[in-house]
Design a protein around this ligand. Structure first.
Ligand code: URA
Length: 242
């Protein structure tokens, strides 16, 4: 939430409101490294770094939200005993230590959210909040009507029946086809196991949506910061679903 800079400084116990104003007009206050001299500037202390006389006021690290198009051949954990490439290696110019929200398999590509916002991560991963994920699935062959019905009604896996998925034909013919599958569960290798159960082999698996976020035009390996609007949408998302 945005607040007036002098109020944030006063709330941090550094100065009275009046002295905080003087600190600002005397060029002693920076926001994200930029000196602010105007009074009344509004700032979000959870997102921006505020310093008075070079000292950090908001001890909390600014929150950062990144959308990455994870390439195939990367691991989405923070370490890999097999020393395979990890997604964090792709994030070059971000000071904060960020973590992936959930996982994508080594061979899966697509939308991966990374953040240092632990509260939001927990919310988004909690099964109760049913955050939907859509995958573009490329298969050898095609799905029959009966396959689609099975996916839509639930598939029996080793760890139980899957919740009904939404299935949409995208393109293709009898030898190769692409489908959009939307699920809200997050079991290990879930989509691959669902298709395995139908005896369909996957040649491409890409996550294209995560809650309200869309992968858009990011190419594999590319990332960007979320917009304010996207962050708001994400924070509201679980609320909408209940
Ligand atoms: N389902 C899978 O099988 N793999 C993923 O990476 C994501 C969902």
């Amino acid at each position: 939430m945005q607040e007036r800079l002098q109020k944030i400084i006063a709330k941090a116990g550094i100065a009275s409101r009046r002295s905080a104003e003087e600190l600002i007009t005397n060029h002693k206050v920076t926001v994200n490294g930029k000196v602010i001299t105007e009074l009344g500037v509004k700032v979000d202390p959870t997102q921006q770094r505020i310093e008075v006389n070079g000292k950090l006021v908001n001890k909390q690290e600014p929150k950062v939200y990144i959308i990455l198009n994870k390439p195939r051949g990367y691991i989405s954990t923070l370490k890999d005993p097999q020393k395979r490439p990890i997604v964090i290696d792709l994030i070059k110019d971000i000071k904060q230590r960020v973590f992936p929200v959930g996982r994508l398999d080594y061979h899966t590509e697509g939308l991966l959210l990374l953040t240092n916002d632990g509260d939001l991560t927990q919310k988004l991963l909690h099964p109760r909040n049913r955050v939907v994920k859509t995958y573009l699935v490329g298969i050898n062959g095609t799905l029959t009507r009966s396959d689609v019905t099975k996916l839509e009604s639930g598939i029996k896996l080793d760890d139980g029946l899957t919740a009904p998925a939404k299935v949409k034909f995208v393109r293709g013919k009898r030898d190769k086809s692409w489908w959009e599958i939307t699920i809200h569960e997050g079991r290990k290798r879930q989509v691959r196991r669902m298709f395995q159960n139908l005896d369909r082999s996957i040649h491409e698996l890409k996550r294209i949506r995560f809650g309200p976020l869309e992968l858009g035009k990011l190419v594999p390996g590319e990332y960007r910061l979320l917009t304010e609007r996207e962050i708001r949408g994400l924070k509201r998302w679980p609320g909408h679903q209940r």
